[in-house]
Design a protein around this ligand. Structure first.
Ligand code: GLY
Length: 365
């Protein structure tokens, strides 16, 4: 029933293993041998849920295990937290042949990946994503980062994991809010690349929220496949990979303005997708019918479609100018032009952006 997808990158290829009950059988880690050491990086909640199972499996392989528990939440995705990992690695005498295991959601994955990319100039790294959002997006493709007070994900690296293990059973313990947040990234993939997948989502949302096994396998492997294809074509985001930032320019502005962690990343991306769609509409690039379908699908997933009431155009623009998607001080946005296709739009005017933000502020839907 499970699926394996191969990600092909410049330095090495790696598998994404997708299935249920993956913590109940030996972990597929052929590169770990008896006597090797690992550092599991996690948070308190995930530690309570899964650490015992994972550490038993690793113990059975004869691997030396240490762990470090990080404070939970986007606001702790900082250099200070990365240093907690370094300290624990050094105190426990982990050398260059160690492996870091990110056991958790996107925040744990991003911080651990960044630590792995720089500890002793780079060590092996395993992603075990436990949230829907990290399973379909952030654990794949090697983007690692921490936030700076002046901007989200501003300090980071491209550093690919050696394997991604997606245990779908983790979704049983996920809150509905976290599940919805993951749906925003899933909807993003369908708008960008796959009209049929978008229609499938319209017809199967209830099954996904009810954790129907076949629907989850289909949906998550579809997203992983779409992402693996993009990574193969443009690992370092020189061109096509930037399409994956649909909704993120506006979304990051919301996260940065409100303070990291107030809104979940997926919630901010949901509003970002709506504002990007309204931007397309203003430029006559996207028809009204498609916008209504996009908004309806986001709403069906219990996602917000309007930005925070206390944020105006100035707030958004302040953060947009600090974002990585800026090129020579010109704003670049990803715009859907129909369901299943989007473009990179360079040098968009502040006037158009402001119009879309204001339309989002005022619309009643
Ligand atoms: N999350 C977008 C990317 O990996 O490029």
């Amino acid at each position: 029933m499970g699926k394996t997808i191969l990600v092909l990158t410049k330095k090495h290829n790696y598998p994404i293993i997708i299935d249920f009950n993956l913590f109940d059988t030996p972990l597929p880690l052929p590169f770990l041998k008896k006597g090797d050491s690992v550092m599991i990086v996690t948070n308190q909640i995930i530690f309570s849920l899964y650490f015992k199972k994972i550490s038993t499996l690793l113990n059975n392989m004869g691997v030396r295990i240490n762990h470090v528990i990080l404070p939970d939440g986007e606001k702790y995705k900082t250099l200070i937290t990365v240093n907690i990992i370094f300290t624990s690695l050094l105190q426990n005498l982990h050398s260059r042949d160690t492996t870091l295991i990110a056991l958790g959601g996107g925040v744990i994955g991003d911080i651990t990946g960044f630590a792995a990319s720089s500890y002793q100039r780079g060590v092996k790294f395993i992603q075990i994503p436990t949230t829907l959002l990290s399973q379909v997006d952030s654990s794949i493709g090697g983007k690692t980062a921490v936030n700076h007070i002046l901007g989200k994900n501003m300090i980071g690296s491209f550093y690919q994991p050696n394997i991604v293990i997606i245990n779908l059973s983790c979704l049983y313990t996920l809150s509905k809010r976290e599940f919805s947040a993951g749906m925003a990234e899933i909807i993003k993939y369908s708008i960008l690349f796959d009209k049929k997948f978008f229609s499938w989502l319209e017809n199967n949302i209830n099954k996904l929220f009810n954790l129907d096994k076949n629907s989850l396998i289909y949906c998550i492997s579809k997203c992983c496949n779409l992402k693996a294809k993009i990574i193969y074509e443009d690992e370092y985001e020189q061109n096509k990979r930037s399409l994956l930032n649909l909704g993120h320019t506006y979304g990051h502005a919301i996260e940065s303005e409100l303070g990291y962690g107030k809104w979940l990343h997926g919630e901010a991306v949901s509003v970002g997708i709506v504002i990007a769609s309204l931007t397309s509409k203003k430029l006559n690039l996207l028809n009204n019918q498609d916008i209504i379908r996009i908004i309806n699908l986001l709403k069906k997933c219990y996602l917000p479609i309007k930005g925070p009431i206390n944020m105006n155009t100035k707030h958004y623009l302040k953060h947009i100018y600090r974002d990585k998607k800026i090129n020579k001080n010109k704003i670049r946005v990803i715009l859907p032009i129909k369901i299943g296709k989007a473009i990179i739009y360079n040098n968009i005017s502040e006037k158009i952006i402001s119009h879309a933000i204001n339309e989002n502020k005022n619309f009643i839907f």
